[in-house]
Design a protein around this ligand. Structure first.
Ligand code: R5P
Length: 231
């Protein structure tokens, strides 16, 4: 089974949690897109959901496939969000933002009663940090914000390098008009402490550590999909 087939397996298992009439947060990324494709088939077969997308990219795919959408302002409280992750650990702490959608994803997840993460088993790790942590920053004062991030990481004994995400020669810009710093800290032993340090920096808009947000993870491997519950 290749990586795409595993993503489809996880997405299909997540679809079983979607009930008629739900207000549904819809994630971003290649795994979430497999979910959107399967969801669209169900919608064409009669399932009624109101979807709130976590990115412009997801919104485009949903509209292309006929999944009707609302904004989070129209539906500020959601029943369930299904989203992917770049990494997850056994406590269902996540790193997200590899696709640059972390801010809207976190706002949508926080507005949801339940969050289900879907991933292939390559994303499951003992300790977060092999995947560089995406940190969304305000363009104003970006150098000062980067220095502050380095100092915050050093206070926690984390080293590593920061790089500004680019698209070609241009700095990558998020849906909210911000930049992304990819922080290669390496192993992150205390994600909550790092989260608090990063939130204390004014130029940091949000970071890609999602802690205590996911209630269930569906992990697909060659043998099929299994679930992990939040502890
Ligand atoms: O910003 C993007 C999101 O956080 C994605 O959920 C994450 O990057 C995982 O994407 P993929 O399913 O493509 O690995």
């Amino acid at each position: 089974m290749d990586a795409r087939e595993m993503k489809v397996k996880a997405a299909a298992a997540a679809l079983a949690h979607v009930e008629d009439g739900m207000k549904l947060g819809i994630g971003t990324g290649s795994t979430a897109e497999e979910f959107v494709r399967l969801l669209a088939e169900k919608v064409h077969a009669g399932l009624r959901v109101q979807g709130v997308p976590t990115s412009e990219r997801t919104a485009r795919l949903c509209l292309e496939l006929g999944v009707s959408l609302k904004s989070l302002d129209e539906l500020p409280e959601l029943d369930l969000t299904i989203d992917g992750a770049d990494e997850l650990d056994g406590n269902l702490s996540l790193i997200k933002g590899g696709g640059g959608a972390l801010l809207r994803e976190k706002i949508v997840a926080a507005a949801s009663e339940r969050v289900i993460v879907i991933a292939d088993e390559s994303k499951l790790v003992e300790t977060l940090g092999a995947f560089p942590l995406p940190i969304e920053i305000n363009p104003f004062g970006q150098m000062a914000t980067r220095v502050a991030i380095e100092k915050a990481a050093a206070r926690l004994g984390l080293g590593g390098s920061l790089s500004m995400r680019k698209t070609g020669d241009e700095l990558f810009t998020t849906d909210g008009g911000h930049y992304i710093v990819d922080a290669s800290f390496g192993r992150i032993p205390d994600a909550e402490a790092l989260s608090a340090e990063l939130h204390s920096i004014p130029g940091v808009v949000e970071h890609g550590l999602f802690i205590h947000m996911a209630s269930l993870a569906i992990i697909a491997g060659p043998a099929g999909a299994r679930t992990l519950q939040a502890k």
